[in-house]
Design a protein around this ligand. Sequence first.
Ligand code: NOJ
Length: 557
Amino acid sequence: MSGTAPWWRSAVIYQVYIRSFADGNGDGVGDIAGIRSRLPYLKSLGIDAIWINPWYKSPMADHGYDVADYREIDPLFGTLAEAEQLIEEAHRHGIRVIPDIVPNHTSDRHAWFQTALAAGPGSPERERYIFRPGRGPDGAEPPNDWVSCFGGPAWTRLPDGDWYLHLFAPEQPDLNWEHPEVRAEFESVLRFWFSRGVDGFRIDVAHGLVKDPELPDLPPRPEPARLGPLVSRDPAREQPRQHVDHPHWDRDEVHDIYRAWRKVADEFPGDRSFVAEAWADTPERLAAYVRHDGLHTAFNFDFLMASWNAKDLRAVIDDSLAMLGAVGAPATWVLSNHDVVRHPSRYGRGAVKQWVANEPYRPEGPLDLELGTRRARAAALLMLALPGGAYIYQGEELGLPEVEDLPEAVLQDPIWERSGHSDRGRDGCRVPLPWTGHSAPFGFSPEDAAAAPWLPQPASWGKRSAAAQSGDETSMLELYRTALRLRRAHPALGDSSLTWLDAPTGVLTFRREPGFIAAVNLASTPYRLPDHTTVLLASGTVEGGLLAPDEAVWLAV
Ligand code: NOJ
């Protein structure tokens, strides 16, 4: 890693889903006190920064992605003073802090929305959101056919006859980004937190802020088959993915907002940076978010959604590096987050199925968790050896699987209700972490906690706890610790380039300079490793110079 490049070009950022990370006050919900108590753990893991999911004042209709006050911490999580202490203590541990900002929508309890409700149809207060009369003779039909990402229509009608837009839950009304007060308010919120020392922001639904002012109906989407596999450039591969002009996703005008945000970040010392949660149709469209005068980085969901298949993964890697490299931005790599099925459970299914964004991932076929975990170990070594930065979702370093058998009575994700109980939603990847001990709450909450964890932890999670894995060289935790230590120390790793080496079908082998090779065997037969001096790290055991299927290795050459 170059000593002069900004930190965010090669950072490993650990995602703290605050509700489920660590509970300091014993109410069964994770909080800032819990994060502060686990900073030594994060330090010993070897990450560079934490991204914390929304911690603002919120009625929690979508676990904090419905913000009622962007300058207050929700009492469930702590206080503003505690947030400031966390930022300061994290910095002392050498860990940067990136909160989540939610600019596409507020909570329906936000003062602006409450004022808009009271002020009535046609009032200037309603112009900060997207209110419209309905269609049809008595306005009983929604203004257009847009649908909520959580299921059902994207419009809700008020008793006074007006409809308002919510691309997510009805408790999350969409803001009108044409309104100068909306723009000014978010720039002020950014300054509020930057001046409290945060190192950047993760931007929620970064591709959704700007809507076509005409609010037209949705365009017909290409058939999924025509979308082709993930990838784009190589004509030998299947059909290219296409960008479809859309009335509320990824509109060109959204970049004006981020040019202004970049200027705000640049007012502050110390390389503050943004990462966009932007879903784009093609890698080119994604790269548009991270041009030099825009945001710094964006999540690479193509990597996350690729199946365990060498051809797909290589195509995603090549496309990502080419498109992001063309605009001078570093790549990022991510395998899991709080919205998707945890990857040992994705990789542990026989069916290699293309997974399309905005469709629920439905696990198909029986789960072979031992296989999924082996692949997850290999995937970690792949991800951490690639050029650029990487994201680790809490619990990934413990090898946690998706909890697929949560009783229906405990499900809390709004998707469960909004889908009419056809989609169980995202609770299965949000189960509170096991830290220590043999029974729930596994150290997630204090011994004398008043309440059980907000989602039940599987009884078997004692063996997966951080304490149980610590010091066990064969554990997922020690694999991550060693990989992160090597990554930090090795001059070839971090932000630079890679060169693919010849390898049999199903094997990914690449070299990074100076003197580093990574190989991942996604084929079904052992792979004879290229010449090397030392095995730096292996996801399994390397015997007789052979890499077994579903394993990965880092070599010194
Ligand atoms: C994306 C977030 O990651 C997800 O958890 C949330 O529900 C939606 N945005 C709406 O804010």
